[in-house]
Design a protein around this ligand. Structure first.
Ligand code: ZN
Ligand code: FE
Length: 252
């Protein structure tokens, strides 16, 4: 069995640490020091990177120098030794991994899906967040909407490992985007309790995101209504609703 634990970094990043027996991998190490601390006497077998932002790559060079490990990620990143693109498959920790391209937050952004005995683990960087999604720094609303749609098609019990602890702030926005959603209300209470205990609110699941994430709910009448009040056309399609929500959230 793979165990997956967050290594907190900076103010709100999570570097996901994957382990099976004595094989250790990390995802998006923005900083090397907390990874070295978490590994102790263990060696790092490899690094996965989802996109080029510094808070996801800043620790890679130091970790490679220390452990001489391979780096799997987008070809756009200098220190990547194994470039990945849409549809690529490879094996780590004795399980199969599949790569999907998810442009929007950045153009080079990929998501990595591990399939372990019928269970899916999704590492989605800054594309899908708990109750939210990444900002559109490089891509268009069309690209991000389509990328999120690909992730939303994964099995409902897929575990979702996002790269930031943004859940409470995202839920505040989700509550405004869909004020009468009972599942959002329940999630606020659950997330507040976890944060109160100093615990991460992640991983999430695709089902929970389907039920509470406004960016996956652009077809819902209640979400449409709020987006139309914020400037979307009465007959707006889902991409325009999505773009309106994203713009509203940028200024929320
Ligand atoms: Zn980013
Ligand atoms: Fe980030």
């Amino acid at each position: 069995m793979i165990t997956i634990n967050p290594i907190p970094a900076f103010s709100d990043n999570y570097i996901w640490h994957l382990q099976r027996n004595d094989e250790h991998w990390v995802v998006d190490p923005g900083d090397a020091a907390p990874v070295v601390d978490a590994l102790g006497a263990n060696k790092l077998a490899g690094i996965l990177v989802t996109h080029h932002h510094f808070d996801h790559t800043g620790g890679v060079a130091d970790l490679v120098a220390r452990y001489q490990c391979p780096v799997f990620g987008p070809a756009s990143i200098d220190c990547v030794s194994h470039p990945l693109e849409n549809g690529d498959q490879f094996t780590l920790l004795d399980v199969g991994a599949t790569v999907i391209s998810v442009p929007g937050h950045t153009l080079d952004h990929i998501a990595i899906i591990l399939r372990e005995a019928g269970k899916y683990h999704l590492f989605c960087g800054d594309t899908l967040f708990a109750a939210g999604c990444g900002r559109l720094f490089e891509g268009t609303p069309e690209q991000m909407y389509s990328s999120l749609g690909k992730l939303a098609e994964l099995p409902p019990d897929t575990r979702v490992y996002c790269a930031h602890e943004y859940t409470l702030a995202n839920l505040k926005f989700a509550s405004a985007a869909e004020p009468d959603n009972e599942a959002i209300r329940a999630r606020v209470a659950a997330a507040e309790e976890l944060r109160h205990q100093g615990r991460p609110t992640l991983p999430s699941s695709i089902q929970l995101e389907q039920d509470t994430n406004p960016f996956l709910r652009c077809g819902e009448a209640a979400v449409r209504r709020q987006a139309i009040q914020r400037g979307a056309a009465e007959d707006a399609g889902p991409v325009e609703i999505f773009a309106t929500l994203r713009h509203w959230k940028d200024n929320f």
